[in-house]
Each structure stands twice: as C-alpha cells, then as structure tokens.
Write a protein of this length. Structure first.
Length: 379
C-alpha cells in the first residue's frame, strides 16, 4: 500500500518524542512492505526529499514559519497527495493542522487521524474559554470537522477524542525499537566517555525537560542522595550540557536518537518522575505513551515511576518497576536506594521489562496495529 503520512509539525531527524514517533512509524510501515511518503517540516539546509528503504521524506515549509500558520501548507500537501496517489492518508493530529485530512477528502482517499494529544478541551481550558468568546466556537468546530472527516482514528486513550468518534477509534500505544534498544548495547568504554565513575550505578532520566516531566523531582532526589558515592545521575534532553555541584551526575543536553540506545543501555535504572499536576490537559486522563519507559524496558532497566494508569499496566509494580508517590522527591530517593541496595531485584525487574516490551510494546507491534486499521479503511 502507498501511504501519505502528514506530520508537518515534526522534523526528521529530530530529538523530540514526536520526531521519534514519526521516524519509527514511517520506517516500521516501510519494513512491512508499504511505500511511505512522510511529510515533515523543513528546517535548515536539509534536502527537500530523501528516500531510503521504501520511505520517502518530503520536507516542506510555509510562511510565516510558525506552527500556528501550518494551514498554509495545505496546497503543498494536496500537491504531494495528487503526485503520490496514496491508497490512504495518515495525519498526526495537531491543533492547527488538518491539511492531510482535508486533502484526503478532496481526493476521495481514505484517511487515518493519529491523535496523540487531546482533541477535547480539558476542564478549565484557556483555549476553550477563548473559543467561547468567539461565540461560534470556531476552533472546536474545526477540530470536530477533521475528526468527522477521518475514516478512522488511533489514540492512546479514548478520553482525548470526542465521544461521537470513539466507535471508530482504535487504542494504540507507542513503543520502543527493540532491535536498537537492547541490554547488550551496554559498553564500559561508553560509560567512561559519559564521565561515569568506575563501579557507579547510573540513574537515568531522559525527556524534553518540560515541567510535567518531573525533572525538578528527579534532581531533588539526586540532591538528597549526594552522599551515596555509588550513585551517578544522568539526565538526557536538557537544552544545554552542564554539571550540577549539588549532586553527583551531569546533564548531557540533547542527544541524537541514533545515540540513545547506547546511552540508555549504559544506565542501571530508568526514572520517569511525572508531575501530572503541572499539565492541566492531563485532567482528561494520562494520554502520553511513555516513550522513555518503553526504551528503558527494552534496554533491560528497571523502571521507577508514579502509580498512575496506564503506567501501572506497562511497568507493573514489583514485576518490571517500582512506584513512588507522585511529586515526592523523598519517596523517589527511597525507591532508588531500595534498587541500589538490591542487585538481584534490579536484574529481575530489568529482565522482565525487556520481555514485556518485546511482546507487547514495540514499534513493530504498534505498526502491526496501524496496518490492520489501514487495511480496513483502504483494502
């Protein structure tokens, strides 16, 4: 099947969770024998079009170059749709997007809308208030028109799509590239290059450093444990690389996706210390597909995170991970001490995590689920 995959709010290559998602979905569908044309945002001097292994990357731009004006790329996306003549159009949902779904409607092509962030407004939403002040609620009506126009939707939880569209929504989690993220990528030389002291247990955080990702909780726990000479705290995804004299460890800054398997495998414990009170949209439900957790598990790391669904289903307490009370740095420090002092527990949790993510939460499984939906709407 030929697929046009519109993800104009993302860049390839990139370091964000969104860019990883787009890369893995495009290449995962390519590995399953589909011809994928993926549309992303053009930045810098990268080639407008690149092709590899059945995946064709089309980089586009618009003016002004802000995401708010992404709708101005509609003519370019429709031109690509007419040129490629896809059997189906996929679009990664974004508030100011919709150009892929609209092109599919004009061409009479089946379409799949990937919903990774809420279409529904959360309680107390400023966006909903502004929309109401415009009387006719044009933003909500626009979003709902896109949802109605799509042949099918996929989402991590049902609560983030309008109730009227839930019967055509398939629930799908993100995953990890289990061929790239593996325990055997661990390297003593690589650890030394990261500045890890000999024999230290590495506690890893990876993410985009947004307030709700809980970096402040992670670093507060690290400060509480600064006297533990056996612990070294490593943070990946910060805007800049730096050291912090208040705890033993370092921030690596942003790391290219292709380097991440070695970074993760060089750690001993992976932490996902979400602080959900800092993101109002999560009142609808925990809609994130936790990329960091999947990659920790694929690399054989025990996971330390908060006891909130669906995390409790992904990394089960005492089986693949250990939970701590949300937003409590002291509780996080206690969980880390427990793992640091029990190598057998770390090994058992890590091995179980690797097995579970291979069986249930790989990008390959994700793409299988997408393929079933695509074949249903465009047989």
């Amino acid at each position: 099947m030929r697929i046009l995959y519109v993800a104009s709010d993302q860049q390839l290559p990139g370091t964000s969770g969104g860019s990883v998602h787009v890369h893995e979905v495009a290449h995962g569908l390519g590995k399953r024998g589909h011809e994928v044309h993926v549309v992303v945002r053009r930045e810098g001097a990268r080639l407008e079009t690149e092709s590899q292994d059945g995946v064709h990357v089309h980089r586009i731009s618009w003016r002004p170059p802000h995401r708010f004006f992404r709708f101005r790329a509609a003519a370019t996306v429709e031109r690509l749709a007419r040129e490629t003549r896809p059997a189906a159009v996929m679009e990664r949902y974004y508030n100011f997007g919709g150009e892929g779904i609209r092109a599919a409607v004009r061409l009479g092509t089946p379409s799949l809308l990937e919903v990774n962030s809420p279409v529904e407004d959360h309680p107390g939403s400023t966006k909903a208030l502004l929309d109401a002040l415009l009387v006719a609620r044009p933003m909500r009506r626009y979003r709902e028109r896109l949802v109605r126009a799509a042949s099918a939707l996929v989402a991590p939880i049902a609560e983030i799509v309008p109730a009227f569209a839930r019967d055509k929504t398939t629930l799908v989690s993100w995953g990890a590239n289990v061929d790239a993220f593996r325990p055997d990528r661990r390297s003593a030389a690589f650890r030394r290059g990261l500045g890890v002291p000999e024999g230290a247990l590495v506690v890893l955080f990876s993410g985009s450093f947004r307030p709700w990702h809980g970096v402040h909780i992670f670093e507060a726990a690290a400060r509480r444990l600064r006297d533990r000479a056996d612990l070294f705290f490593l943070l990946v995804g910060s805007p800049d690389a730096s050291m912090d004299a208040r705890y033993r460890g370092r921030r690596l800054g942003r790391v290219a996706y292709e380097r991440m398997p070695e970074v993760v495998a060089s750690a001993d414990v992976g932490v996902a210390p979400y602080d959900t009170a800092r993101l109002a949209q999560l009142r609808l439900g925990f809609y994130w597909s936790p990329l960091k957790i999947f990659e920790y598990m694929a690399s054989g790391l025990p996971v330390v995170t908060i006891p909130r669904a669906p995390l409790t289903e992904i990394a089960r307490d005492g089986q693949e991970g250990v939970f701590f009370r949300e937003a409590d740095a002291t509780a996080l420090a206690g969980a880390l001490v427990r793992l640091a002092d029990d190598p057998a527990l770390r090994a058992r949790l890590g091995a179980s995590g690797r097995t579970r993510v291979v069986e249930r939460y790989s990008w390959a499984k994700h793409c299988e689920a997408l393929e079933r939906v695509l074949l249903r709407i465009a047989p």
